[in-house]
Design a binder for this molecule. Structure first.
Ligand code: F7E
Length: 344
């Protein structure tokens, strides 16, 4: 009997939320997985520990801004697949560091693509594109044909990466795909993003470790899915006969306020809202204590107000669809944060 050869994959940004879930998925599919991060991002590797995959990965130091680190890793292994999940991914931070954000988030993937073209043109490449590329929209539901209108250095960088990925596919016939992923959350989400900030800090209030939280624009609307399901879509894109781009979303939209209200329900903290604009607050019903305040430091110079995606194409071709709804996702995140905080 001929043994099927084990596939080798590179996951850049493996220590992030999506990287960790994707590594877990690839290991379960018997891939040899090379987990690549900047040395400084790897910190404690807490996500890999939580997922129980820390000793199943091969770790390599890697930096998207350093083309030599890319060349040496691509020459060292014969990758079947590369998933580029590394980026400066926090939209707000990109306004403060637009140049380094562009260097990593826009030029980083080009460095990989050009290295692949020169040394490994058969390797399949996945680029993590983002719904932030749509920016200011005047359409109700966004899909693969909707025009982009980026509203941050992060979004402009992702758009360059998206276009250059398509260009390498068309110009050199390489197998390159972009997944246009809408917001996706989980207990492994970084604490600077709004969902995890809310679940973690509300849990701290619940446990008496914090008095209140401060947020920015609570009327922003997002299409929030569950990250572990979204990484499955990435893998499916690279298993097709033809490379292409796909929107991954839930086709549902909620505002930040809805996320807060549901998190409070899930924690049994009854709240009510008072005031308007920057003076709006949420107070705890029985004690009348303020639990949420607005702080304009969390506003963005240009905001993305509304994003809702259609996953029709992904459903038709990849047979992918979202399964966990937002209420379940919130509950999952709250339970995980309560558990972690009770340990400390
Ligand atoms: O903000 C509003 C904020 O930082 C969501 C990244 O993964 O998804 C993410 O980008 C909304 C924005 O995510 C706070 O103004 C209010 O309208 O959780 P976020 P994001 O900017 O949508 C896309 C798909 C990516 O590609 C990105 O990499 O919530 N908001 N108050 C706040 N946001 C934060 N972070 N903190 C607040 O206090």
């Amino acid at each position: 009997i001929q043994m099927k050869k084990r596939k080798i994959a590179l996951v850049t940004g493996s220590s992030g939320q999506d990287g960790a879930y994707l590594c877990k998925l690839l290991i379960s599919k018997n891939y040899k997985v090379i987990a690549a991060d900047r040395r400084s991002s790897r910190d404690s590797g807490w996500r890999h520990i939580e997922l129980g995959i820390k000793n199943k990965l091969i770790y390599e130091d890697f930096d998207l801004s350093d083309v030599n680190s890319i060349i040496s890793i691509i020459k060292k292994y014969k990758f079947n697949e590369i998933y580029n999940l590394a980026a400066q991914s926090f939209v707000k931070a990109s306004f403060h560091t637009p140049i380094s954000t562009s260097d990593v988030t826009a030029l980083g993937p080009l460095r990989i693509l050009d290295t692949l073209k020169n040394f490994s043109p058969k390797t399949r490449f996945y680029q993590a594109s983002s719904s932030e590329m749509y920016g200011k929209v005047n359409k109700h539901v966004l899909d693969e044909n909707t025009k982009f209108n980026p509203r941050s250095p992060y979004a402009a960088s992702k758009l360059f990466a998206h276009e250059i990925t398509k260009n390498y596919r068309e110009a050199y016939n390489m197998f390159c795909c972009s997944g246009i992923l809408f917001n996706h959350e989980s207990p492994l989400r970084g604490e600077e993003f709004v969902t995890r900030k809310i679940t973690k800090q509300l849990c701290e209030v619940k446990l008496g470790k914090r008095k209140f939280l401060e947020l920015g624009n609570i009327y922003a609307k997002r299409d929030w899915g569950y990250a572990e399901e979204y990484v499955e879509a990435m893998w499916r894109m690279l298993q097709q006969n033809k490379p292409d781009d796909y929107v991954i979303a839930t086709n549902k939209v909620f505002d930040v306020k809805y996320f807060i209200n549901n998190s409070c329900k899930s924690l049994n903290i009854p709240i009510m809202w008072k005031g308007k604009g920057i003076h709006e607050v949420a107070i705890i019903k029985n004690t009348k204590k303020i639990i949420i305040k607005i702080n304009t430091k969390y506003y963005r110079p240009t905001e993305v107000d509304y994003l809702k995606g259609s996953y029709k194409k992904a459903n038709r071709i990849l047979k992918w669809r979202p399964k966990i709804n937002l209420k379940k996702l919130i509950k999952m995140m709250i339970d995980a944060d309560l558990k972690r905080l009770s340990k400390n």
